[in-house]
Unconditional design. Structure first.
Length: 230
């Protein structure tokens, strides 16, 4: 059997930190030239990432490693993900943005920031990523947590009505307007409805992201507690 051919047939499958020798052994290849597998294409990387044993717990060593690699590879999350055996590129990007980015504020919120946050939420709804663009140094997860914990409970009735209008677009009227017997207006209304659907999907994705972050926090607290008991 020609082991060099076996290695070549597995092109793109190897983790960057591994060597083909680990699979077939140096003794099998003898003096044959070393084959260096090519970088995996996006499709193969996706398959490899699915095979990872994904965890949501972040150790101090994980954080130190991420900080070092983010600086080295200029926040190229796909490349950095290849250096982790249990984290996806999306997880790494989220951890950096919400916890480790040195440009992210960790200081207590000011009264002025609360006023700005309230105004932005009443304007944009729960578009945390968009709101973060107007609040320099505050991560989307921090903004979301601040609003639900400190601002939403003290909103007056008028503000709650405005917020409800922002979060509940008049989808029924958009659906009805799609049946108008005209060309350009009808196409425009269809486009508006599609935009509404995309917006709702993004809002649901943000809720899912917040849930994952809560899971990560609970796992971290659980691990810390176990360390203290051991």
């Amino acid at each position: 059997m020609n082991w060099n051919d076996v290695v070549k047939s597995s092109e793109g499958y190897w983790k960057p930190a591994e060597s083909p020798w680990k699979f077939c052994g140096l003794c099998c290849l003898g003096d044959q030239p070393v084959y260096k597998p090519a970088e995996p294409d996006p499709q193969k990387r996706s398959i490899y990432e699915k095979e990872k044993k994904i965890t949501h717990y972040w150790s101090k060593e994980d954080d130190r490693k991420l900080i070092k690699l983010a600086e080295k590879y200029n926040c190229d999350w796909d490349t950095i993900a290849e250096r982790f055996t249990d984290k996806t590129a999306a997880q790494l990007a989220r951890r950096w943005k919400n916890k480790l980015d040195p440009n992210t504020k960790q200081s207590p919120w000011t009264e002025e920031e609360d006023i700005v946050l309230k105004t932005l939420v009443l304007e944009f709804g729960y578009e945390w990523e968009n709101i973060a663009k107007y609040m320099q140094g505050r991560a989307p997860s921090s903004i979301k947590k601040r609003f639900f914990n400190s601002i939403l409970p003290i909103l007056n009735q008028r503000d709650l009505v405005v917020l409800k209008e922002r979060l509940t677009p008049k989808a029924d009227s958009l659906r009805q307007s799609m049946d108008i017997d005209s060309n350009d207006p009808q196409e425009q209304n269809k486009e508006e409805y599609l935009q509404y659907l995309h917006k709702r999907v993004e809002e649901l994705q943000m809720v899912m992201q917040g849930t994952l972050e809560q899971i990560e926090k609970l796992e971290s607290e659980l691990t810390d507690s176990q360390s203290l008991l051991s």
